[in-house]
Design a protein around this ligand. Structure first.
Ligand SMILES: Nc1ccn([C@H]2C[C@H](O)[C@@H](COP(=O)(O)O)O2)c(=O)n1
Ligand SMILES: [Zn+2]
Length: 189
């Protein structure tokens, strides 16, 4: 007897004893995973960064990833890092994930919101985060933390009272499987 037959044979009494699932992802996992999913859209060959902005009601109000500005083709603008002319590297063009998440906001503002981001914000994003009124940052990696840009962002966050915390994942991966057997999931139908 397979699982669907077993569950179809469940008595009404058994049904009422069904408990909620326990292995669901919590809010923080959901928001950081959303940032990571957004990062999968990035065309940057060296770093794919995503950001997810969340309000006090746990509603997502902005998502972004690092990419070229609207109208600036991913195929024409450069992705190189070290080039003789700065005009031929990505740095003068690429919009960071945090900036895009703020610009993409679907609410009137992002005041008192939290931003989840894969990499610690640089100084330019720090200014935007502060000016937008975001008050909390969860980042996964502070890998570039000793560079002046990141020292500057911490200095600004400390002065402006923006809290930043490293997010320590509870599990190493969250899988998305499109191969769902919906019939086995809802056998009582
Ligand atoms: N918090 C961050 C940090 C970095 N990024 C983006 C910007 C670039 O596309 C890439 C970093 O490239 P690298 O400087 O290592 O060549 O990651 C971001 O969006 N948010
Ligand atoms: Zn930045």
């Amino acid at each position: 007897m397979d699982i669907s037959e077993m569950t179809a044979n469940m008595s009404l009494q058994d049904e009422t004893k069904l408990k909620k699932r326990e292995d669901y992802i919590d809010w923080q996992e959901y928001f950081m995973a959303t940032a990571f999913l957004a990062a999968k859209r990035s065309k940057d060959p060296s770093y794919q960064v995503g950001a997810c902005i969340v309000n006090k009601d746990n509603k997502i109000v902005g998502i972004g990833y690092n990419g070229m500005p609207i109208g600036c083709s991913d195929d024409e603008f450069p992705w190189a890092k070290k080039t003789p002319s700065p005009l031929d590297s990505k740095y003068l063009y690429v919009c960071h994930a945090e900036m895009n998440a703020i610009m993409n906001k679907n609410s009137a503002d992002v005041k008192d919101c939290t931003i989840y981001v894969g990499l610690f914000p640089c100084n330019e994003c720090a200014k935007m985060i502060i000016q937008a009124g975001i008050t909390k940052i969860y980042y996964l990696s502070d890998g570039k933390g000793d560079r002046p840009s990141y020292v500057a962002s911490k200095r600004m966050f400390d002065a402006a009272g923006v809290e930043y915390k490293q997010y320590v994942p509870k599990r190493s991966k969250i899988e998305i499987n499109f191969n769902v057997d919906w019939d086995a999931m809802s056998p009582s139908k």
